[in-house]
Design a protein around this ligand. Structure first.
Ligand SMILES: Cc1cc2nc3c(=O)[nH]c(=O)nc-3n(C[C@H](O)[C@H](O)[C@H](O)COP(=O)(O)O)c2cc1C
Length: 331
């Protein structure tokens, strides 16, 4: 039985699953900025895990806890096999992607189009829940295409709650399955937080995390009065210091950020990854491009990382060298 209080305490602020962005290097970096945010992997398909190099997809650093594995799939048997893998690898929860509208995902009949198939999702929830002790969660939209506003989402939530899902992360936008790219689908359909609020009001016993367009500390603070958790995506990635600000919101005793200490840890991490896996610095530094966002060093940092981290022999020390240049410029 999932301890919902425990989950909610650890899931007040979470960082959204983002393909090509929230890989393990990105998460390692985010964890340094935010010791407590709940982190998510990118979506991983069941086929990739069952037929591919599962260790490559699943391994993560112990510091990344609490962390969820997000799955893309629709077959209860395969989803259960992958949920068991998540548990074996010590993930803290396993999430079903019911929000991605990309063509590739639609052709596999999972992601957002699963919102049209609540019983298929419920079958996954049920089987996965029987097989693992970690929470099985659902990340979905408020609807798809021309679905009615509240009733469609209500039906989806109710059928899946009945199947045992206690935790819903809701991106407060519809997904349009035809005519919009995934990027447009994160921008054009209007945000409707009130629909998610109606779900929370109707199902107070469920954990409901709100997602979509949340970009500042005040908004997070306000939404946490109405919802059990807030999930942040693009703002956390593009302006990682936002995560530190959120940490301070939740834990006011958090000490001020020590950029030098963080860069030293990232430099050591990069050198270690290079030694162990041959990972080039650029695969790690690309997630750090936004670190100085909104400050005087932003442009120099972005440009120097882009120009110098690509060299084959680039070492972690480069991060500290560029930081020294920024400090010298600002003196
Ligand atoms: C580059 C990128 C990749 C994404 N990949 C995923 C994904 O793999 N799974 C998923 O559920 N959502 C994915 N999303 C959607 C985010 O999880 C989130 O729901 C969305 O960005 C809205 O939150 P935000 O406004 O705080 O960014 C992705 C978003 C971005 C920007």
């Amino acid at each position: 039985m999932v301890d919902l209080n425990n989950f909610t305490n650890s899931h007040k602020v979470s960082v959204a699953p983002m393909m090509d962005w929230t890989d393990r290097h990105c998460r390692y970096f985010h964890r340094l900025l935010s010791p407590n945010a709940y982190l998510y992997t990118e979506m991983v398909t069941t086929n990739a895990l069952i037929y591919g190099d599962k260790d490559r997809f699943l391994r993560f650093d112990a510091s990344e806890h609490p962390i969820a594995l997000q799955l893309g799939g629709n077959d209860p048997k395969d989803m259960t096999i992958c949920a068991e893998m998540a548990q074996d690898y010590n993930y803290d929860s396993v999430d079903i992607n019911c929000g991605c509208p990309s063509d590739r995902v639609q052709s596999g009949a999972f992601g957002a189009c699963l919102m049209n198939e609540p019983k298929t999702v419920a079958a996954c929830v049920k089987e996965m829940g029987k097989a693992v002790d970690i929470p099985v969660t659902l990340k979905c939209r408020i609807g798809i295409d021309d679905s009615e506003d509240f009733d469609f989402l209500d039906r989806f939530v109710s059928i899946n709650a009945e199947a045992g899902c206690r935790i819903f992360i809701i991106h407060a936008r519809k997904a349009w399955l035809k005519g919009l790219s995934p990027k447009e689908n994160r921008e054009i359909p209007p945000l409707k937080y009130d629909i998610v609020q109606q779900i929370k009001d109707k199902y107070p016993e469920l954990h409901i995390s709100l997602n979509g367009g949340i970009k500042d500390v005040q908004a997070v603070s306000d939404h946490l009065k109405d919802f059990d958790g807030v999930m942040v995506g693009r703002e956390a990635y593009q302006n990682p210091l936002f995560l530190h600000a959120l940490e301070k919101l939740l834990y006011p005793d958090t000490s001020d950020i020590d950029i030098e200490a963080i860069l030293t840890k990232m430099a050591n991490y990069a050198d270690e990854q290079k030694k162990q896996y041959g990972t080039p610095l650029k695969s790690i530094s690309r997630h750090m491009i936004g670190l100085f966002s909104g400050t005087r060093g932003a442009k120099h940092w972005r440009r120097q990382i882009a120009e110098r981290a690509h060299a084959d022999d680039a070492k972690g020390q480069l991060l500290l060298d560029i930081y020294d240049e920024i400090k010298a410029k600002n003196r």
